[in-house]
Design a protein around this ligand. Structure first.
Ligand code: ADP
Ligand code: FBP
Ligand code: MG
Length: 346
């Protein structure tokens, strides 16, 4: 069997380790041939691919980014309509040209949606979940999330010392799209006084009240805000331009929030947007292990013909779950997880 591996969506620390795990198990143990398409679907469309063998994945586990590259280049020329067979014909033709029997798709909710479309059309595919946002259903955690949270928590630690020195309120914006996982976990790890998430709008009056209560007991506030957070009655803050898939880019809410907090509290406030630093650099040991296990499980699933599934973390086990479990709905922060930290805001 010859398997094509490709990555799509934003990069996520651990993608290299996942490729390594899949190749070590797939090529060396199961005797597959494996190839990697460069820059996601771009490489597939343009025939830009490399052979993946033990040498190709040497030393990859600690490496950030992804050696194959990743992109948001669409897989299909046009949205797949009712005639799925016709829509997938160009992909099947290319698979034949490259001698590919199956895919391993490394990506988040968007990528796994594509995996499900391919699988629904009879193309053998296995999903490997990645995203720093941790917003993918069907799995407890995605690799990349732990690294992003660790980086954000370190940023909180550093902002706190400068914030304390100037008696300022520091606002840190983290990523996560429409899910508040990074903000929630980094806020808990760093002891933020307020963590604001997209799932739960708050009013500026409420946020300011928390910041003032922190000042009243002699401390400076650290407010962590997820990029998708909306003030009550407001909209998400978006940047100019669209992403590679034509969606508005989130970001900048900290810069909107900081002057409002300053206005309402009279406390000098500064905004920091952490941005892509969260996705950069070496994965944590946790993410390396999760990613490697994900890759190995995907190769085993290919061996046993479990197509149309995704290698998901369930408790301490990596199990194959149907792609339907992963797509269709975002895994957002449950109300109870937010409420338990909100009790101590301020
Ligand atoms: N419903 C869809 N139909 C076709 N292509 C899709 C669909 N959803 C996502 N994609 C493709 O998959 C890519 C990856 O999805 P995206 O949401 O950007 O990242 P992730 O997989 O990390 O969530 C998109 O940029 C787009 O090219
Ligand atoms: O790299 P870009 O295009 O700026 O994308 C930024 C987005 O990618 C992410 O880092 C990861 O999102 P995906 O996993 O869905 O690709 C989001 O948190 C963020 O909104
Ligand atoms: Mg996503």
């Amino acid at each position: 069997m010859r398997i094509g591996v490709l990555c799509s969506g934003g990069d996520s620390p651990g993608m290299n380790a996942a490729i390594r795990g899949a190749v070590l198990r797939g090529v060396d143990v199961h005797g597959f041939e494996m190839v990697g398409f460069m820059d996601g679907w771009r490489g597939f469309h343009e025939g830009d691919l490399i052979e993946l063998d033990r040498t190709a994945v040497r030393g990859l586990s600690p490496l950030g980014g992804v050696v194959l590259g990743t992109s948001r280049v669409p897989p299909f020329e046009a949205p797949i309509g009712d005639d799925v067979e016709a829509g997938l014909a160009p992909i099947e033709a290319k698979m034949e040209q490259y001698g590919i029997d199956a895919f391993m798709l490394i990506g988040g909710n968007g990528t796994q949606t594509v995996a499900q479309i391919l699988s629904g059309g009879g193309i053998p595919v296995i999903g490997l979940p990645k995203t720093i946002d941790n917003d993918l259903s069907g799995t407890d955690f995605t690799f990349g999330f732990d690294t992003a949270v660790s980086i954000a928590a370190e940023a909180i630690d550093r902002l706190r010392t400068t914030g304390d020195s100037h008696r300022r309120c520091m606002v840190l914006e983290v990523m996560g799209r429409d899910a508040g996982w990074i903000a929630l976990h980094a806020g808990m790890a760093g002891g933020a006084q307020v963590s604001l998430i997209p799932e739960r709008p708050e009013s500026i009056e409420q946020v300011s009240e928390w910041v003032l209560s922190v000042r009243d007991r002699g401390r400076s506030s650290l407010v962590v805000v997820a990029e998708g957070f909306k003030l009550k009655g407001g909209e998400s803050v978006v940047r100019d331009g669209l992403d590679g898939y034509g969606r508005p880019r989130l970001g900048g809410v900290a810069e909107t929030l900081a002057p409002l907090i300053e206005q309402h509290t009279g406390i000098e406030t500064r905004a920091t947007v952490l941005g892509h630093v969260q996705r950069g650099g070496s994965p944590t040991a946790f993410d390396r292990v999760l990613a490697t296990r994900t890759g190995m499980a995907a190769a085993d699933a290919a061996r046993s013909g479990q197509w149309g599934t995704m290698a998901a973390l369930k408790g301490d086990r990596v199990e194959m779950v149907p792609l339907e479990e992963a797509v269709g709905r975002l895994k957002t922060v449950p109300v109870a997880r937010y409420e338990e930290v909100r009790l101590n805001f301020g």
